[in-house]
Design a binder for this molecule. Structure first.
Ligand SMILES: [Zn+2]
Length: 326
């Protein structure tokens, strides 16, 4: 049995429209009566537009001095959106012709060496301001900011030299959110600015491994200085990893003078030697078996096995609870 369909009655109530009651529209308020008062416009006098003194202008001072900071450059005037053309040099004695208040700032019509112009009060002084000779400041030495990697439960992964596997290494590091330290050769870094930018952008440190991967112990002092000064990461990292790990007291002293600390490693994968028959598994085993908190791992960007070992290495270190960061 089907329920009988009862059509609904028209839900719209019938409206009786009284023809006499045509609704009249409420008149809009007059546009002149704005609810919020307009802010008083700030006068923006431009000294160039100010004319000569007028009879109503006053004069309270005979002379003024240009404030030392005025200098000769144009300077924006705070809250006036105008600028004083900075005509008066520092501490120039100025004869006041008259003064005028515009907005909440007093302007002085002054003359200096036969030339008359307007100068705002904020750039004047009643007395000459003694010029204190500046103390001799030693020239700034470009010291890289200090970096102290390691500590806590960190394990520091470092990648040296140069090579076609930098991209793969960066991809793996990004995949596992790991931040390492790259020690590229300076000449390679110069030739691969996009990779260097990527390293920095992804939170890695880019540090110094000399310009041309030189053995610093075989060079003159000037040679050592040149190799370090033209290395990667100058100005952003103070770590120097000498190529071949070769350094001596003389190298150390020059490096320290340039603001660098020698930064070696704890776990040497010897990945560059490519002596592993088992390929990336051997590199993986070395790192995972020797890992300890604060350890620095040495690897190289030109070794394909390193790039291949990295995902499993990062996964293993993470699982062991290490923080993969510098
Ligand atoms: Zn190297």
């Amino acid at each position: 049995m089907t329920a009988a369909f009862t059509p609904e009655t028209n839900p719209t109530p019938t409206r009786t429209i009284e023809p006499t009651e045509t609704p009249t529209p409420t008149p809009l308020p007059e546009p002149t009566s704005t609810p919020t008062p307009e802010p008083t416009p700030v006068p923006t006098p431009n000294p160039a537009n100010l004319a000569d003194c007028r009879p109503e202008d006053s004069k309270e001072k005979e002379e003024l001095y240009a404030e030392p900071a005025v200098g000769t450059r144009k300077r924006p005037l705070p809250y006036l959106e105008s600028e004083y053309d900075g005509r008066a040099a520092r501490n120039t004695k100025l004869s006041v012709e008259c003064q005028r208040t515009i907005g909440d700032m007093v302007w002085y019509r002054v003359s200096d060496a036969g030339e008359s112009f307007w100068i705002p009060q904020i750039y004047t002084s009643d007395n000459p301001v003694p010029v204190v000779p500046k103390e001799a400041v030693p020239p700034p030495v470009q010291q890289p900011p200090e970096v102290r990697p390691g500590g806590g439960n960190k394990i520091v992964l470092t990648f040296d030299d140069s090579g076609p596997f930098a991209q793969g290494i960066l991809d793996a590091m990004a995949q596992y959110g790991a931040k390492g330290i790259f020690f590229p050769n300076g000449n390679w870094a110069n030739a691969n600015p996009a990779l260097i930018e990527r390293m920095k952008n992804e939170g890695h440190l880019v540090c110094n491994h000399t310009y041309s991967h030189a053995n610093l112990t075989t060079l003159s002092s000037d040679g050592v200085r040149y190799e370090i000064s033209n290395g990667a990461g100058v100005g952003s990292c103070n770590l120097l990893r000498p190529p071949y790990g070769a350094h001596n007291a003389s190298v150390d002293a020059i490096a320290a003078g340039l603001g660098y600390q020698i930064y070696m490693w704890d776990i040497d994968t010897r990945d560059w030697a490519r002596r592993y028959d088992s390929g990336d598994q051997e590199i993986l085993n070395i790192v995972l078996s020797q890992a300890r908190p604060g350890a620095v791992v040495l690897m190289h960007m030109h070794v394909d096995q390193t790039s291949e070992a990295l995902p499993k290495m990062l996964e293993g270190l993470k699982a062991a609870g290490y923080e993969l960061s510098w």
